[in-house]
Design a binder for this molecule. Structure first.
Ligand code: GUN
Ligand code: ZN
Length: 437
């Protein structure tokens, strides 16, 4: 039997859904997380867990925090280098910024370098699982899967499919899309920590023939994910209405081809109607809320309360590069701030933002064994620690409760506070900052 490791720090996780249950946040001031063979054996107060496992090797991270690995439910790997191009709305940004960069992914060396850097940035920000838009090119999408496998992250991704409205070099025919996707599915789906998601870019750039191919792929392979964009921008919604006159609404286009259900994640959902919300919930299709992107692209304010009241499952996405960076901490804060500013916004608490940044994403992806610290779960976690002289440290020293500490971490925490990241117990990132303990 391999040795057991006992990690000692303040611990916070959400073993329950705070949108449904009032006591969803579980915290331990002087906590212990006992792990073995990549799994969590127990979580609790340090002394209680230490008594259960007196022989365990103790990793002493007192003064720091352990939270579950972050789950990014919507992010684009080929857009890593165009983060921060402010001042555009969706279609203009796609045409001028995002799509030209995505065309560069035809160059295998450039794509491979981008994929490696992208995966490193995910890990360095504490993201252990991500649902990633691949590239429009097979070799570039393969490069992402290869980089993720080497780094040890849990990545769900797929070739981005489009056959109209973008740039000619980004289009495939439905036949090519089928063949290339099938090869990638055979090569990567359910290999180690990788999974495949069928990925039409959005209805605007997909013909009915392409959506039909997506449906065929979903039928031909078990346990595939599905990802696309939905109701992000009001002009986009108008375009979809024009292009699919038979559909009752935007979601109705995907529904018609069976592209909904558990393990399907729709990004944005800013302009979704009451009827669509009802059907999203009934089909158990999840929504990736990307508040930094929605603000940066001026897409609109996400109606979280109607989603929750309708029973739609919501997770968080950074939407790099329309979004403003890789941090799920920042995304959680922006979600909170957006709701504060909205009429009838949802009053998010520390429990909600931690849940949204961790377990909610795992649930959206259908990954039952990550996202919290219940025993038997995979040991995916982030060690967060303030520096000796930074504001977060000063605030945490005064925080009266761990609820307040979690809120402060989302408010002030960043990549510089991420000291170590593990997936299934193995280190996938360790900070080089000199005052890391
Ligand atoms: N809709 C279609 N493609 C994209 C994209 O790359 N980013 C965002 N934010 N929306 C999209
Ligand atoms: Zn996106």
């Amino acid at each position: 039997m391999s040795t057991r490791e006992l990690l000692r720090a303040s611990i916070a996780h959400t073993p329950a859904n705070p949108f449904k249950e009032s006591q969803a946040l579980q915290t331990f001031e002087d906590g212990g997380l006992l792990i073995q063979d990549g799994r969590i054996l127990a979580v609790g107060s340090y002394h209680e867990i230490a008594a259960m496992a007196p022989e365990a090797a103790v990793t002493d991270w007192r003064g720091g925090f352990i939270v579950p690995g972050f789950v990014d439910a919507h992010v684009h790997f080929p857009q890593m280098r165009v983060i921060g191009s402010l001042g555009h709305s969706l279609f203009e940004w796609l045409a001028r910024v995002a799509l030209p960069e995505e065309s560069r992914m035809a160059d295998e060396a450039y794509a491979t370098d981008t994929a490696q850097r992208f995966v490193h940035h995910l890990a360095a920000h504490g993201t252990t699982t991500a649902l990633v838009f691949g590239a429009h090119f097979e070799t570039a999408t393969a490069a992402l899967f290869d980089a993720a496998a080497r780094a040890g992250l849990r990545i769900v991704s797929g070739l981005v499919l489009s056959d109209r409205s973008l740039r000619p070099e980004l289009h495939q025919s439905p036949e090519e899309a089928y063949q290339q996707s099938t090869r990638l599915i055979r090569r990567y789906h359910q290999h180690g920590r990788l999974r495949y998601a069928v990925t039409p870019r959005f209805a605007v750039s997909a013909s009915e023939g392409m959506l039909d191919v997506c449906q065929t792929l979903m039928r031909e392979h078990e346990h595939l994910g599905f990802q696309t964009h939905l109701n992000e921008n009001s002009c986009e919604v108008t375009d979809v209405d024009r292009q699919f006159p038979w559909a009752r609404d935007y979601f109705g286009v995907y529904e018609r081809f069976g592209l909904c259900g558990p393990r399907a994640v729709m990004a944005h959902s800013v302009w979704t109607t009451a009827g669509e919300l009802e059907r999203l919930a009934a089909s158990r299709t999840a929504v990736a809320h990307c508040p930094c992107s929605n603000a940066a692209l001026g897409s609109g304010m996400f109606p979280l309360r109607p989603h929750i009241e309708a029973g739609v499952h919501v997770a968080l996405g950074t939407d790099v590069g329309g979004g403003t960076g890789f941090s799920l901490l920042k995304e959680g804060l922006q979600a909170y701030l957006t709701q504060r500013l909205m009429p009838h916004g949802f009053g998010l608490t520390a429990a909600h933002v931690l849940y949204l940044a961790t377990r909610a994403g795992a649930e959206a992806l259908g990954l039952d064994d990550v996202g919290d610290f219940r025993s038997g779960q995979a040991a995916d976690f982030v060690y967060i620690r303030p520096g000796a002289h930074d504001v977060l440290g000063d605030v945490l020293a005064r925080a009266g409760t761990l609820d307040q500490a979690v809120a402060a971490i989302f408010t002030l925490g960043g990549r510089e506070h991420v000291r170590e990241v593990r997936v299934a117990g193995s280190v996938v990132f360790r900070s080089a900052f000199s005052d890391a303990r």
